[in-house]
Design a binder for this molecule. Structure first.
Ligand SMILES: *[C@@H]1O[C@H](CO)[C@@H](O)[C@H](O)[C@H]1NC(C)=O
Ligand SMILES: *[C@@H]1O[C@H](CO)[C@@H](O)[C@H](O)[C@H]1NC(C)=O
Ligand SMILES: *[C@@H]1O[C@H](CO)[C@@H](O)[C@H](O)[C@H]1NC(C)=O
Ligand SMILES: *[C@@H]1O[C@H](CO)[C@@H](O)[C@H](O)[C@H]1NC(C)=O
Ligand SMILES: *[C@@H]1O[C@H](CO)[C@@H](O)[C@H](O)[C@H]1NC(C)=O
Ligand SMILES: *[C@@H]1O[C@H](CO)[C@@H](O)[C@H](O)[C@H]1NC(C)=O
Ligand SMILES: *[C@@H]1O[C@H](CO)[C@@H](O)[C@H](O)[C@H]1NC(C)=O
Length: 394
């Protein structure tokens, strides 16, 4: 095993490996600021820093040529910034701002990027925006209210924690932490909810998830859905069956501890699983186990296996996130998805780059940015979102 804790605690930028010609441009959302960086495989260089005291861009999404949309989870505004993906430069103010639901924490586009969906944690709604204009401006179309029983006893309302687009483009899953449910929105039915699946046991708290496809084919509907429950630290696998009326039926087939079989958290009371990322190979599933009570938190790898119509997920390995409470992570946009970028709001390292082994999916330390480089709020939260933006549209 590599000495992760020590490597990542070093009080400077660190690197373990030469990368050849790596030139990645990243946007980072932190409390009170939006930052952009260049990463050369070893060192993160600051490009832009937008000061927005009191605001929190905990989620962002990009549309070419230069439209960067950012939530402010502390208010009800959706913001549009100009971002040049070639230079990595960010406008120092939003170029447009619109009012929607309060506390939006997740944004996703329709396949053609003419619609933008925002999931509200505070309000249990999903905002639908028209983003078809060439200047990127947003036109509010409607909001969709999540309904059903509020099952999670720790919650008082529905919470649209994440919107997950299905790769075929038609459906969106909405993980509802308050309602202990996965709602499916159908873009061909005016973005209405056409089915809802309860996520057992009561109090599970589904937070983030991903679609999986056992037999990938262009435009194919995914065969499975995997969801990470924050409140109970469970990872759950569902089989997807499309019904005659085009609704999706989700059937639970497996449930595992997000910590795997042998590594329980030091503090089960505070533990709250966070992010889930599925690699393009449709095999590797990465999750973050947050607030474990240990010196740092971990990123864990599960793999999706399927044979003879039977599918399952298995815990494989884990690695230190280099900090505490890793809220969001994302894979680099190169074909091999060779790097995992992790955002730690607390702890020694704010942004951490982990090298991804394509063969087995395991992660190893590559580089990090210490928290003081990023946090402009002493004792406050550091980065919570990190995303590579490709220079060219794919
Ligand atoms: C950010 O802006 C606020 C006022 O909005 C100001 O008080 C603060 O000093 C600024 N911080 C930095 C790092 O520029
Ligand atoms: C949601 O839509 C309804 C109308 O359907 C509107 O009254 C309400 O203000 C909207 N809520 C938000 C937060 O935009
Ligand atoms: C959602 O927002 C609307 C409009 O601001 C408000 O009327 C409603 O009470 C809110 N619902 C919840 C559950 O917060
Ligand atoms: C995490 O905490 C558990 C229980 O206290 C302990 O067994 C384990 O060694 C800790 N791991 C790390 C990396 O500190
Ligand atoms: C777990 O965390 C809670 C909340 O911070 C704390 O009160 C409790 O003492 C911790 N338990 C352990 C075993 O460290
Ligand atoms: C993190 O992973 C290491 C290596 O497997 C393990 O020793 C440790 O217990 C894990 N810590 C947590 C909090 O899961
Ligand atoms: C920043 O890292 C140092 C250790 O390098 C730690 O003592 C401090 O608590 C961290 N700050 C935050 C806000 O987590």
């Amino acid at each position: 095993m590599l000495n992760l804790g020590l490597a990542l605690a070093a009080p400077s930028l660190i690197a373990r490996q030469d990368q050849g010609a790596v030139d990645k441009k990243l946007v980072v959302g932190a409390a009170g600021q939006i930052l952009s960086f260049q990463f050369d495989g070893k060192v993160f260089k600051s490009i832009s820093a937008v000061n927005e005291t009191g605001k929190s861009a905990s989620w962002m999404i990009f549309k070419h040529p230069n439209h960067l949309y950012a939530v402010d989870e502390n208010s009800n505004t959706l913001r549009l910034f100009n971002y040049d993906p070639t230079t990595g430069k960010l406008s120092d103010k939003p170029v447009a701002e619109k009012t929607g639901s309060p506390g939006v924490v997740s944004l996703e586009f329709s396949l053609d990027k003419t619609r933008l969906l925002g999931g509200s944690y505070s309000n249990g709604t999903v905002d639908i925006w028209d983003t078809s204009a060439a200047d990127g401006s947003m036109k509010f179309i409607k909001n969709v209210t999540l309904t059903g029983d509020i099952l999670n006893p720790k919650q008082t309302t529905h919470r649209a924690h994440q919107i997950v687009p299905d790769p075929s483009g038609r459906y969106f899953a909405v993980n509802d932490l308050g309602g202990d449910a996965i709602h499916i929105l159908d873009s061909k039915k005016d973005y209405t909810i056409t089915s809802t699946t309860a996520v057992a046991p009561v109090g599970c708290g589904p937070r983030h998830g991903g679609f999986l496809t056992a037999n990938p084919a262009p435009g194919a509907l995914p065969s499975h859905y995997v969801v990470l429950c924050e409140t109970m630290n469970l990872i759950k696998l569902y089989k997807i069956d499309k019904q005659a009326d085009d609704t999706l039926k989700l059937t639970a087939i497996q449930s595992e501890s997000s910590y795997g079989p042998a590594f329980p958290p030091a503090n089960a009371t505070t533990a709250a699983a966070g992010e889930l990322t599925v690699a393009n190979n449709q095999r590797d599933i990465y999750i973050t186990n947050r607030l474990s009570g240990n010196e740092t938190d971990n990123v864990s790898l599960f793999t999706f296996q399927h044979q003879d119509g039977k599918a399952r997920i298995d815990f494989k390995s884990q690695i230190s996130s280099g900090g505490i409470s890793p809220r969001m992570m994302s894979l680099s946009v190169d074909k091999d998805q060779s790097i995992m970028f992790v955002a730690n709001p607390m702890g020694a390292n704010g942004i951490v780059a982990l090298q991804r082994n394509q063969k087995c999916g395991s992660l190893s330390p590559l580089a990090a940015v210490v928290n003081t480089t990023i946090s402009n709020q002493p004792g406050g939260f550091g980065p919570q979102f990190v995303l590579e933006i490709p220079a060219k549209s794919t």
